[in-house]
Design a binder for this molecule. Structure first.
Ligand SMILES: [Zn+2]
Length: 86
């Protein structure tokens, strides 16, 4: 899926390509990529980025391999925590 001229990588959680680029302008101004299949989202872009660049920055950050790997690592840690809680 191409958003803001950028081909977004598939969701690292469910592999879906149903990504949306969301923008909030109410309480907190931010933009982020959202998976409409599993509702994963991130990363928030709201600081040090011009408002007109929020969405483009969020799309680029989503594709950033460092973020992508960190996102997956966070997901694994959360899964382990949930297993221990049971
Ligand atoms: Zn997903």
């Amino acid at each position: 899926m191409i958003i803001e001229g950028i081909e977004l990588r598939p969701c690292p959680f469910c592999g879906s390509g149903n990504m949306e680029l969301c923008e909030e302008t109410s309480d907190v101004e931010r933009a982020y990529v959202f998976c409409s299949s599993c509702h994963a989202q991130g990363p928030d872009m709201n600081r040090d980025v011009a408002r007109s660049e929020y969405k483009n920055a969020a799309a680029r950050a989503w594709n950033c391999s460092g973020f992508y790997d960190a996102f997956l690592e966070t997901f694994r840690v959360q899964e382990e925590d949930e297993e221990q809680a049971e």
